[in-house]
Design a binder for this molecule. Sequence first.
Ligand code: IPM
Ligand code: MG
Length: 355
Amino acid sequence: MKSYKIALIKGDGIGPEIIDEATKVLDAVASACELHFEYEELLMGGIAYDITGNPLPQETITKSLTSDAVLFGAIGGQKWDTLDRELRPESGLLRFRKELGVYANLRPAVVYEELINASSLKPEIIKGVDIMVVRELIGGIYFGEPKGRTKDKGWNTMVYTREEIVRIAHQAFRIAQTRDKRVVSIDKANVLDVSQLWRDVVTEISEQYPDVELTHMYVDNAAMQLVLNPKQFDVMLTGNIFGDILSDEASMLCGSIGLLPSASVGEKIGVYEPIHGSAPDIAGQGIANPIATISSASMMLRYALGEKEAANKIDNAIKRALKEGYRTQDLAQFDAKEVCSTSEMGSIIANYTTK
Ligand code: IPM
Ligand code: MG
C-alpha cells in the first residue's frame, strides 16, 4: 500500500468546511485504490495570525516542504483587513508561494456539460470550452520593488526578469503539447516595457516548440475575447496580475467559481487549491460548494503523486453527482434534482468514487 504525506492548510472562512470534504473523498478513493494518506494540519492566514501573531508561521513552510503535496483551502476575511499589510492573511499566502517556489499556477476552466445552463453566457458559446490558464505566480507587480505608500501616494512596480519569463513559458508550451498545441500569450506590450520583454522572450522560447502555435494578445482584448468567443483559447500564458484577473473571468464561463481547481507548481513541491476565496459571508452555514477543492485534490493525485486511476475516479464521481442533479446552493437554480449541503455533496462524491 502506497502512503503519502499531505500537508493540509484549511485557513479561514469556508476553508475548513471544503477541506474536510476533500479529505473525505480522498479517504474514500484511498480505500478503493489501496492508498493511504497521512494528513498534517498546518496554520496559515487569519487563523494563524490569531493564534501565533504571524499569518505564515515558519513551521508551515518547513513542514509543507517535507510533505508530498499541499492541499490548501482559502484564507482572508474582513476581520483582518485593517492589519498592517505584512500581517494580513494575503501576505502570508504570497510569502508561502514565494518560499515554496511555486512559480506556475495552472487554472483549468472546463465547462461541465451538465451545467451548460449555469453560465451567464449562451450554451452555444461555452459548450466545449476547455482552457488552461498558466499564470506566473511569484513575480510581477505582486512582488516588484520599489513599492510603498504615503498618505497621498501609493506605488507598486511590475518587474519581470528574462529567467522568470523563460521558465513559465516552458511550462505553458509543455502543457500545450499535451493539449491542443496552441498558446496565447497575454501582455500589454503596447504600453509596458515589462510586457515587451515578456513578448520577446516568449517568442524566443517558442522556437523550441515548433509543434505549438504561439499568438500574442493584449490583456484588454483578451478580457473581451474570453466572453466573445472563449473556444478560441487552449493555453493562456499570463503574468501574475493578468492571470489573477483573467482566471476569475474564465471561471464564470463555467457557471460557478465554486467548481474550479488549481495547481501551483515549481521545482520543489505543488500546492493544490480551489481558485475561489474564503467567502466569509457564507462560512459555517454548510452551503459552500466543495467541488473546486475536491477537484483540486484530484489534480494533486494526478500531478503530484502520479495516481491517475484515483484522480479519474474522483473526476468521474464529480461528473456523476452533477449529472444526477445534485447541486449545492450556488447552482440550485440550474437543473437541480436535489439541493444538498457542503457535507452531503462531499459524501455523495466520496460514495461514487468507490462505485
Ligand atoms: C488568487 C487570489 C490571491 C491572488 C489573493 C488571495 C492574494 O486572488 O489566488 O487568485 O491574488 O493571487
Ligand atoms: Mg484571484
